[in-house]
Structures are given as C-alpha cells and as structure tokens.
Design a protein around this ligand. Sequence first.
Ligand code: ATP
Length: 205
Amino acid sequence: MIMFIIGLTGGIASGKSTVAKMLVEKGACLIDADRLAREVVEPGRPAWRDIVEWLGDAILLPDRNLDRARLAEIVFNDRSKLEKLNRIVHPRVGERFGALTEEIKKRDPDAVVVYDIPLLIEAGMQKIVDLVLLVYVTPEIQASRLQQRDGISRAAAEARIKAQKPLEEKKELADVIIDNSGAEAETARQVDRFWQNLKKEKGLE
Ligand code: ATP
C-alpha cells in the first residue's frame, strides 16, 4: 500500500478540529495548515524576515512577534498587499507540508495523512490530496457555535460566515461529507463509517 492523503476542510467553526482529532484517534497523522502558517512567521524565520523587510519594524510587537492585528488591517484593506503576503507565506507553508509528509512517509509508508486546510477548496488545492473530506454544518448551527466559542454577537458571527464561500457550495466539490450539525457522538459515528470504508476500499488494513 501507499500513503493516502485526506484533505480536511470546512468553514469557520464547522468542526474541522473536532473531526481531525477523531481521525488522529483512528491512527491518522495530522498536518495543520493554520499551525504551519503561524510557525513560518515566528521571529527569525524566513517568512518573518521577508515581512519585516517589506513593512518595517512597525509591524512588530515589542517581543518581536508580528503584530497580527495590524497586519490583518493592512492586508484586508488592500488586495495587492494580501496577495504579496500570500506570496511570502504560502510557499513556506507548502515546503513544510512537503517536508512533514516526507518525514511521515519515512516512518510509515502506508500512513493515512490528514491535511487540515480550511481554504483548500477556495485555493483549488483538491489535486494535492487523494480525497476531499468536508465538515459541514447548517448555517444556523455554525453561527451559534461560532458565537459561543468566540464570545461575539450573532450579527458578528453571521458576518464572518458570510465572508466565506457557503458550505452548501463546497458540498458539491467534496468527495465525502461529514455532517457535524448534530451531537459529537453522531459525528463520531460518521467518522467511524468513513474510516471503515477507507480501510476497505484502499486495502489499508
Ligand atoms: P476554526 O477553523 O474556526 O478554528 P473548526 O472548524 O476547527 O474551527 P472546531 O474548533 O472543531 O471547528 O469546532 C468549533 C466549535 O464548535 C468548538 O467550540 C467546538 O467545541 C464546537 N463543536 C464542534 N462540533 C460540535 C458538535 N458536534 N456539537 C457541539 N459543539 C461542537
């Protein structure tokens, strides 16, 4: 058998981390894009250097970490700046994905690897994975979970959800859908079923 790569995606607060944890409990190896995106801009790393060279020391907090709030303000008001930031960060994240995948492959050539990539579909990255797994929730439940998790108003939660591609549309581009609208136990049952099918179909066990 060969390594199998699952692209785990969804929307804000749709339950990607919850499902990722369940898959790791089954034995999958997880690579988290958001985490790598934070790591590559740690002080002294090449992406951090490029950003400081571009925007100057004003983009740093006193502890030399990037001032994320300031950076978000700059790039979300200027598309070309957002693109420039992406051109700095994305290749470094891509390199880390490659290196970590190689490390896993060396340890276990038959591993099932989960790439947790919130914007996988928006970025058109379906082709880098063997299967796209979408964690879906209804917009109402998504808003109430987001509201509760982040302690924000209903209107703010809805605005953040509206800024993303609707999960309804992402459904059409996914290979497998886990509906996380119910209780966690119901999601766990779907993950179980998915894992059993995967093992059967791919002869993984
Ligand atoms: P983000 O990408 O925004 O960080 P996510 O897609 O990884 O979020 P989670 O962190 O897994 O989503 O879940 C979002 C919130 O909803 C969390 O507070 C989590 O505890 C809660 N949650 C997830 N699934 C369920 C469920 N089935 N029932 C109740 N609460 C849930």
